[in-house]
Design a binder for this molecule. Structure first.
Ligand code: ATP
Ligand code: MG
Length: 562
């Protein structure tokens, strides 16, 4: 996957922008109005983020407005917890729907009136076939469906029966209201689709007022019209529904929102269906919707992603007309790009071994200065205490190093970042043969930045002073799935068979004092280890850091020695 970034303003218009500019130039519209219409039946994922950035982004670009509309037509799967999380996620991404927060359920009365209008026009009827019969009578794309025996009821009878449905006189599945269109249409969605069904379930907003609910297809387009949405942007699977939406617009004589389809975002190593994500949560494969391994917006946030990195990613991938799969590495590229600019640096050791400098006074502390962020002139300096007892990474030492190993081994020299060059003199092992201490000497003439720095060495390693360091918990993550395309499963398997059982690795580490006083979601670059973010599980006693992303692909290296 190529990751160069053409500057947004150098890019030619995408096909949606072209349509919008044509509509503005021709005078068809004098303003544009988009919407983001989630169903509150799960947390938002990165695919939704793409849709949010697209809808809000277009309105911002053309001086228009965007509504947030909850498509809450199915009380069975929906919940206020989801509504709250969706609001939070859209805000966090940096978008504002002001006072335009709507619910499909706000329009239930109007949608009911619309259904009556269709009945009165002879364009809808109450059907008594069972769900199975309706389904088997639909035919196939090459074979026409069979007309329902209830198709030609009188308007009066339909009005009465629909009223009875609303009154709760029937059970689920006993009656439905269907649009009367064409059972022979080559488009299956035009074969007398169900527009109202009976569901005796409490709704999170309308309570028990209704026991009939509009189908998604009957609600969605009409809601767009009711909100005067000019450009109703949705994903490709709705292309085949468009003739139906246009039929409703024509028959109901309502505002003609124009539906435009684009390819949904798919990412490698990622499942993106809410149904599957819900399974991971309910069956406890992850700790929750905001588990840092989840591709949800809340998961990315907790992991340490910035909103800007997600917005930039959405911009970089553009809008496609054909389904495709984006390499998750591109998302990580956008992330590193942003974190590099904003994340303060610190030293942490996450797989520690003790290093003692035998010729450095035991009671001495020197304070070294380092830039908080070398990418940011205004970020200031941090102060790093140096003593004779340090932690370094266990894998920065090798007893029997190969030729090209420029870090530490007995008899060799290395620079301690911001400090001195040291030479390893000996090591101490415990009964099991594990190294417990590395003994070194330092060369006082090699202080970093000093004018008489006598010489250079090839390797530089990071460290923390044992007595000054804070103990931390570090959570390292790998991809949640072991395969690039977890939706393509072999026969007899499910996507869950491709879960990576090693996707979480918890370590105990130490961090320099600068990173001791932190708040949840604070971000750091731990030098040489990657970007890290303070997790909400942190306590006064122990800070928990999630590794957001490596600096490059060092997962395999650190993990091997963990
Ligand atoms: P899923 O298929 O993941 O369950 P959904 O389409 O049922 O998602 P909705 O809540 O209906 O979820 O989606 C809200 C909006 O987000 C819709 O306009 C939908 O087209 C868009 N959307 C959902 N998934 C993606 C995706 N992967 N890429 C781009 N847009 C998406
Ligand atoms: Mg949907």
């Amino acid at each position: 996957m190529k990751t160069e970034n053409p500057e947004p303003n150098e890019k030619s218009l995408n096909f949606i922008e072209q349509i919008i500019e044509e509509d503005l130039q021709s005078g068809k519209h004098t303003r544009i109005h988009t919407r983001f219409p989630p169903e509150p039946n799960g947390y938002l994922h990165i695919g939704h983020a793409k849709s949010i950035c697209l809808n809000f982004g277009l309105a911002l670009k053309y001086g228009g407005l965007t509504n947030l509309r909850f498509d809450d037509t199915n009380p069975v799967a929906e919940d206020v917890e989801y509504v709250d999380s969706i609001r939070e996620d859209v805000k966090w991404l940096g978008f504002d729907w002001e006072d335009r927060e709507y619910y499909a359920s706000d329009y239930f009365d109007t949608l009911y009136e619309y259904a009556i209008k269709l009945i009165k026009k002879g364009k809808a009827y109450v059907c008594e076939l069972s769900p199975e019969e309706i389904s088997s009578n639909r035919g196939t794309p090459t074979r026409p469906g069979i007309e329902s025996p209830f198709r030609n009821r009188s308007v009066e009878e339909n009005l009465k029966l629909f009223e009875d449905m609303k009154k709760g006189l029937f059970q689920k599945g006993e009656r439905v209201l269907r649009a009367k269109i064409d059972m022979a249409s080559p488009n299956m969605h035009m074969r007398d689709p169900i527009i109202y069904r009976i569901i005796h379930t409490h709704h999170h907003r309308t309570g028990d007022k209704w026991c009939i609910y509009p189908s998604y297809d009957f609600a969605h387009g009409q809601c767009d019209s009711l909100e005067n949405i000019t450009h109703s942007i949705c994903t490709l699977e709705f292309e085949v529904h468009r003739p139906l939406y246009e039929w409703f617009i024509k028959e109901l004589e309502i505002f003609p929102s124009r539906q435009i389809e684009f390819a949904r975002l798919n990412l490698t190593y990622t499942v993106m269906s809410k149904r599957k994500l819900l399974q991971l949560v309910e069956e406890k494969y992850v700790s929750g919707w905001d588990d840092p391994r989840m591709p949800t917006i809340s998961g990315f946030r907790r992991r340490g992603y910035t909103a800007a990195s997600i917005r930039n990613f959405a911009e970089r991938i553009g809008v496609a007309k054909r389904d495709n799969v984006i390499d998750v590495a591109l998302l990580e590229f956008s992330l590193r790009d942003d974190l590099n600019k904003i994340a303060p640096r610190a030293m942490a050791v996450i797989n520690p071994v003790k290093l003692i400098i035998t010729n450095y006074p035991a009671d001495k502390t020197e304070i070294f200065e380092a830039k908080i962020n070398p990418e940011d002139e205004n970020s200031g300096k941090r102060h790093i205490p140096f003593t004779n007892t340090l932690y370094i990474e266990r894998d920065d030492f090798m007893e029997n190093p190969p030729d090209k190993f420029f870090r530490l081994s007995v008899g060799k020299e290395v620079r301690l970042k911001y400090a001195y060059i040291i030479k390893c003199e000996s090591i101490v092992k415990d009964a099991s043969g594990e190294i417990t201490e590395i003994h070194c000497t330092y060369d006082p003439d090699t202080k970093s930045g000093s004018e008489n720095m006598s010489r250079k060495v090839k390797g530089t390693i990071h460290w923390v002073s044992v007595k000054d360091a804070a103990e931390i918990e570090v959570r390292l993550f790998d991809r949640l799935f072991i395969t690039e395309s977890p939706d393509d499963v072999e026969e007899g398997k499910t996507f869950k068979d491709y879960l990576n059982s090693n996707a979480l690795n918890v370590l105990k580490g130490y961090v320099e004092p600068f990173a001791k006083n932190v708040n949840i979601l604070d971000k750091f670059q731990f030098e040489r280890l990657g970007y890290f973010c303070v997790d909400k599980d942190s306590t006064k006693e122990k800070i928990v850091f999630n590794r957001t992303v490596t600096l490059k692909d060092t997962w395999a290296k650190v993990n091997k020695n963990a």
